[in-house]
Each structure stands twice: as C-alpha cells, then as structure tokens.
Design a protein around this ligand. Structure first.
Ligand code: TXE
Length: 492
C-alpha cells in the first residue's frame, strides 16, 4: 500500500523512490516505504493550503474538531497493542516503553480535544465609550510538523493534536529512521472524520523532504523537535518568510543530588534518568551533579546497577533497554565516549558494545559512566543522546546551582534533597524549562514542556502548546460611529 497521504489519498512518491527501514535490534529490513522529495512536499503543501483557505476545517465548530481528536484517542486505545509493537520494532524501545507512549499520546489527544472549545477569546473593557473590543484566536494556517526518531508517535502527537484543535492544516514528517507508527497514526486520523487535505503525510530525509517543508512560501508555521544543529538551519529557513516557529532542540540536563537525599531512591532514579531508552531522551539526566561527601558510594551503587541492566530486543520478555536507534547514531555516541577518555574522564563502567553474541548485529551499547568530569570536557557540554552519564561534584549549594546552569541548553533538570526549603531555593535558581524535585522524567499534557537557552523556542503541551498554533486577533467596533473631525479647523 502506498504510504504518503496527500489530499486525502494514499499515494507513492512522485519519483517512485523508496527507503528501507531497518530493525535496530538486528540490522535487518523491517519495511520499505516511499521516499518523498520536494515535488511531493509541494503537492502536500498545496493540499494543505487549499484545505486551509477554502476547506471546512477551520470553520468547523471547535467542539466538532474536538470530537475528531476524541475519536483518534479512542482508536489509539483500540489499536494499542499493534501500535506498541510497531513503535517498539521501529525504534528499538521496549514494549513497555512503547505502550506507555501510546497511553501518553492518547491523553494528549484527549486533552486537546477538551481544550478545543474551552477558550474562544475574551472581551476587554477599553475605557472608550461606545466601543466593543474582542480578543479572538484563529488558526495560523499551514503548519509543517517535523518529528525526530526517539519518540516518533509522541513527538508528532504533541504537535498534531493542538495544531488540529486550533483549526490548522498540516504537512507532517516523521524521522526517516522511524516512520512506521506515524503512518498508522495518519490512518487513524483519516478514519476520525478529519477532512481531506487537513493532514498530509510525507516521508523522507531531512535535506530532501524536511528542508522544503521549512522553505515553502505557503507554509505559515514550522514546529520541529530534533537536534540543535538542524534547529538552527530551520530557524534560518523560516526567517526568509518570517514563518512562526516552535523548536525543541534537546538538552544537557543536570541531575543534582545532595547528600541529604534518600540514597537508595536517588540512585534508582539516577539510573533511570540517564539510561532509560538508552539515554536517547531529550530530558535525559546525563549530567550527575553530586555532593562530594557521598560521591564514591553513590557512583559505585549506580555503576553496580548499570552493569546489570538487561539489554536486548525491545520485544523480548525481561529486556530493560533496547538497542540504539541506528548504526550511525551509535557510532556518534561511541565517538563521544572515545573523546571523553581522551580528554581525561575516568571510565567507571560500560563504554563498549555488549559481549553477548546474540546482540552483535543490533546497535547495542552498554550503560556507561564517566567520573572526574568537568565543564571543559565535550561530554559535559554537548548532548550525547546515548547511555552515557558524566559525573561532576560540588560542596556548596551555590556551587551545585552554578554547575546545573553551566550549559547552553536549559530543557530540564532534577534536584534531590530531603530539605524542602533547599529544594525550592535550588529549583527556583535552575534555568531550565522543567524541574523535578525528588523525581525525574514525568510529564503530563496539562503542563508546558520546552526549554530555556538553546533548548528551543516556544512550549509544547499545556495552554501554551495550543497558543503556538493560534494567531491572536483584536476586533474593535465603534458601535456609535460619527465623524471624529480630527482635521477640522486645520484649513487655512
Ligand atoms: O536529528 P535531526 P538527528 C539530537 C541528538 C542527536 C542529534 C542529531 O543530540 O544526536 O540531535 O540527531 C529532520 N530541515 N536529537 O541527526 O537532524 C529529520 O529528517 C528540516 C534531540 O537524527 O535533528 C528528522 O525528521 N528537517 C532530539 C528530524 O529533522 C530536517 C531528538 C530530526 O532530525 C532537516 C532527536 C532540515 N534541514 C535528536 N534535517 C530531541 N530534541 O528530543 C533533518 N531534518
């Protein structure tokens, strides 16, 4: 079956090109999908433009748009086991992680279904007699939504659900590395009653398919989640037409542990913060910033558990961490590991591919910990996006805060302490978009997600996540118009 979806029809790429999608657990082909280029993007943008300008979607009552999103949420649950399996196969993540993703995006669709008709603007008191002043929200227009490979369904849903709730039309592109579950999501949207042309799916590489989505003059808004380097290019491309943008560009997230934290719980969460999904998480707690007095015991406890993490195929029983997403990405992370060694960090555990012969074909990498790190090291400054934890130490609260903020990113961070006042002081001082106190990683659709600094522009989720996809318009009416005679009396 063709797998580009343009103007309500499933079609092949115009140039008939295809791409093979690989299973990261064994390097074997999983599927062959269409590979779009700028011709397909042009067709998709044209469909989205027409659907926005003359189609019914933006005039559809917001409550009915909400009903479509609710139908998507129900179908996501009906097809949960199938979607879970596809997402797990495509990304390498475990079935439990993939299932959690499907539950999470169901909640995101439900949340924006409910939000769709809850806030249609406000009336202001202008203070000027005989006037009516209304603030209303309108969709922005055609939105290009570009997602990465670590959370393909989830990242796309964070964009698509609010974009549709607000009445926009969209051209969407998952990562070329992990396109499979998004194809299923679009089938679900098609069946939900969303009209033709409102959601258009293109598949393909960043330069050939993604870039035209950001450069096309008929696109009004670009929402992107991915790497910093690509984010900068997209921002520059969007500048040509002054398009609206929303960018989530990852992080270098501190996990600050004070000596008065509950030791066992903090160890458990430090492990999860850094090695969950092989560390391929934008909010991964990849920088452990720990009070000097407990460092040795803490590192030794985390390393003991890291050595026991069960690697394997994400679909197999008992597996705790799957492979990395691609051969190229594992090589990139291995280069970071070598650089850390060259720059003088102390390797505590991991740092290599597993010895298990059953894992040699997949893109596996052992959980890796580096002690004796400092801010001059590449591993401390750059987003590694793999199962690699760096350790820095502090002795005072101020020092902990300074280390936590010593990053060009600012996406998320954790603070561990049993002192409630200290928790508040430190979390207030940390310059990051999300702070977890005595926790790490949870998010909810009700709360905004996004970063300070180079972690991006704008916010997803929550109220703000809907605002990203709306224009605000002020409508002013003079209800008793009469000549104002501003210029009278100025004749010679
Ligand atoms: O991401 P890219 P890559 C970080 C992580 C990783 C690095 C690079 O540090 O090592 O990014 O990963 C599309 N115009 N994150 O190279 O390139 C691309 O096709 C338009 C953090 O895989 O950012 C894919 O759909 N689109 C992150 C998407 O952008 C372009 C998650 C992401 O790919 C494009 C993933 C272009 N010029 C990686 N070039 C997070 N924030 O969670 C590429 N794309």
């Amino acid at each position: 079956m063709p797998d580009l979806f343009i103007n309500g029809k499933w079609v092949d790429a115009i140039n008939d090109a295809t791409r093979t999608v690989l299973d990261p657990a064994n390097d074997q082909p999983l599927a062959t999908v269409a590979e779009a280029d700028s011709d397909d993007v042009n067709a998709a943008v044209k469909a989205a433009r027409e659907a926005f300008d003359s189609g019914p979607w933006r005039q559809t009552p917001a409550s009915e748009r909400g009903d479509c999103l609710r139908a998507v949420a129900s179908e996501l649950q009906n097809r949960k086991s199938e979607l879970t399996r596809i997402e797990s196969l495509d990304t390498g993540k475990t079935l439990l992680e993939a299932e959690t993703d499907v539950d999470d995006i169901t909640n995101v669709f439900r949340y924006y279904a409910d939000m769709a008709d809850k806030d249609s603007g406000r009336v202001t008191d202008t203070g000027v007699p005989n006037t009516v002043s209304r603030i209303v929200y309108e969709p922005i227009g055609v939105c290009s939504l570009i997602a990465p490979w670590n959370y393909p369904l989830l990242q796309m849903s964070w964009k698509l659900a609010p974009a549709l709730a607000a009445g926009n039309t969209c051209v969407i592109k998952p990562s070329e590395v992990t396109p499979l579950a998004t194809i299923e999501l679009v089938k679900i949207i098609e069946a939900s009653g969303v009209p033709a042309g409102v959601v258009n799916l293109v598949l393909g590489g960043g330069a050939t398919t993604g870039a035209p989505m950001t450069e096309h003059p008929d696109v009004d808004m670009v929402s992107f989640t991915g790497g910093l380097h690509t984010g900068k290019r997209i921002m520059a491309a969007a500048a040509a037409d002054v398009k609206n943008i929303a960018l989530e560009l990852g992080g270098k997230n501190p996990n600050v542990v004070f000596a008065d934290a509950d030791f066992e719980t903090a160890v458990d969460y430090a492990l999860n913060a850094s090695f969950f999904h092989s560390g391929q998480v934008c909010s991964a707690g990849a920088r452990l910033i720990i009070e000097e007095s407990i460092k040795d015991d803490f590192i030794s406890a985390v390393a003991d558990r890291a050595r026991k993490v069960k690697l394997g195929r994400g679909q197999d029983e008992g597996v705790e961490v799957g492979p990395m997403v691609s051969r190229e990405h594992r090589e990139k992370v291995e280069n970071y590991i070598q650089t850390a060694i060259d720059e003088g960090a102390t390797l505590v555990c991991g740092g290599k591919r597993p010895d298990d012969p059953a894992l040699t074909d997949g893109y596996f990498l052992e959980p890796t910990i580096f002690d004796d790190c400092n801010r001059d090291m590449t591993i401390v400054r750059e987003e590694v996006f793999g199962p690699v934890l760096s350790v820095e130490t502090f002795t005072t609260e101020d020092e902990a805060i300074a280390l936590a903020n010593d990053t060009e990113y600012g996406l998320a961070g954790g603070v561990w302490t049993s002192d409630a006042s200290k928790a508040q002081r430190v979390s207030s001082a940390m310059r990051h978009g999300t702070i977890w106190i005595n926790d790490f990683h949870p998010y909810v659709p009700q709360a905004e997600w996004g970063g300070f600094g180079k972690s991006g522009v704008g916010r997803e989720l929550g109220h703000h996540g809907l605002d990203e996809y709306r224009e605000t318009k002020h409508i002013w009416q003079n209800i008793s118009p009469e000549p104002m005679r501003w210029f009278e009396g100025k004749d010679d």
